[in-house]
Design a protein around this ligand. Structure first.
Ligand code: DCP
Ligand code: CA
Ligand code: CA
Length: 367
């Protein structure tokens, strides 16, 4: 099975770069975009600054009066946040990026994950070439630069991207993940904030490598089961979160890890039956019917597979869902070879009709 090729694109010094875009004369000067709180002329904090300003120690979060002081004697430009304009810029870039991906997920105003596995046929070399092409296109057509990380999953792609900015391109192949991650400080992992980092420090865990080598059992004792296991996996560069299209927000799904890796249908259905209950609860709350049922299987090699079936008509019936999920997994097990690590259930293609009909029927029944 093919490993995934995931990119994280993050636009450089975004708010400040947008300001340079509409005013190119700013480019060589320190540019500071500030959130002015309005109490006094200089109260508030730096939202972001271009890389010229960063050389003076001016970056996100620095108080504005301090930024002014650090930039004294320079031709620094201070501007207020114009979120509507940055959103307009973002709304032009994101569709352009989407065109390069098999699956696309925007996260925040200046960042997006691209699953390009099919586009590059699983090749990280081809992904590097593709990344350069996207950089060129975005620069020529929109006048903006970004940094990009390429890795076998979202976690590695994100850290790779952060490791070289601005205008960076960092590729971490599956075989290089441990080498790449292990020297980095633990707080580079999402979920490791100041407090957690301090706690880890007291356990002599400083680098991601320290964390990966640390006994999982003890991590679970200190941080609880979910976090402990998450930290262990993350430090080892393991992450199987799919790149999820926003359009798929028009679906309800749940994913869970099996007790053990398995190909046993009964064990799989035991897990999916819990997921189905959750899905149906949300379905009932949102008063919807569904017309498509999908399953997700994440294998021991972390490859992600999905299968779906469209129903003849929309329903809101839990039994139909159970039966369809069973059929899809039965079929999938025949087509696949590896053991399954995580399973998911998804419903989509919602309608309100079925529910309205039902409400009518129950109305007549109750009178
Ligand atoms: N932002 C903010 N306050 C922060 C962090 C960010 O207002 N503390 C805003 C301004 C940034 C935008 O969000 O331009 C994107 O945040 P990033 O963390 O991606 O930072 P930049 O794009 O500014 O810089 P970089 O080149 O490091 O990505
Ligand atoms: Ca950015
Ligand atoms: Ca960002």
């Amino acid at each position: 099975m093919q490993t995934r090729v995931i990119m994280l694109v993050d636009l450089d010094y975004f708010f400040a770069q947008c300001e340079e875009l509409r005013n190119p004369a700013f480019k060589d000067k320190p540019v500071v975009v500030g959130m002015y709180s309005g109490r006094t002329e200089d109260s508030g904090a730096v939202s972001t600054a271009n890389y010229v300003a960063r050389k003076y120690g001016v970056k996100s979060g620095v108080p504005l009066f301090l930024a002014k002081k650090r930039l004294e004697g320079t031709e620094a430009v201070f501007l207020p946040v114009d979120y509507a304009f940055y959103e307009q810029v973002s709304d032009k870039i994101m569709p352009a990026l989407r065109g390069f991906a098999d699956a696309f997920e925007q996260v925040g105003i200046d960042e997006a994950y691209l699953d390009v596995t099919q586009k590059v046929q699983g090749s990280f070399e081809a992904a590097a070439v593709l990344a350069q092409k996207i950089k060129g296109d975005v620069r020529n057509q929109h006048g903006l630069t970004f940094s990009v990380g390429v890795g076998p999953n979202k976690l590695v792609a994100k850290i790779a991207c952060d490791s070289q900015k601005p205008d960076g391109l960092t590729v971490v192949k599956p075989g290089e993940v441990a080498f790449f991650l292990s020297p980095l400080p633990v707080d580079r992992l999402i979920g490791v904030g100041r407090k957690t980092a301090a706690k880890m420090e007291s356990l002599r865990i400083r680098t991601i490598g320290d964390l990966a080598r640390f006994d999982v059992q003890r991590l679970v004792e200190v941080f609880g089961k979910n976090l402990g296991v998450y930290f262990h996996n993350a430090a080892s560069g393991v992450d199987d979160e799919p790149v999820q299209e926003a359009g798929e927000a028009e679906s309800i799904s749940r994913i869970a890890t099996l007790k053990e890796n398995t190909r046993d249908l009964a064990l799989i259905l035991e897990k999916t039956s819990q997921l189905i209950e959750d899905v149906c609860k949300e379905l009932a709350e949102r008063k919807l019917g569904f017309k498509q049922v999908g399953i997700i299987a994440i294998m021991t090699d972390l490859s992600v597979h999905s299968r779906s079936q469209t129903l003849e008509k929309a329903v809101s019936d839990v039994e139909v869902l159970r039966e369809t999920v069973r059929e899809l997994f039965e079929k999938f097990l025949v087509e696949s070879e590896l053991e399954i690590r995580r399973v998911g259930v998804k419903i989509s293609h919602f309608t309100k009709e079925e529910v309205e009909q039902k409400q009518l029927t129950s109305f007549f029944q109750s009178t």
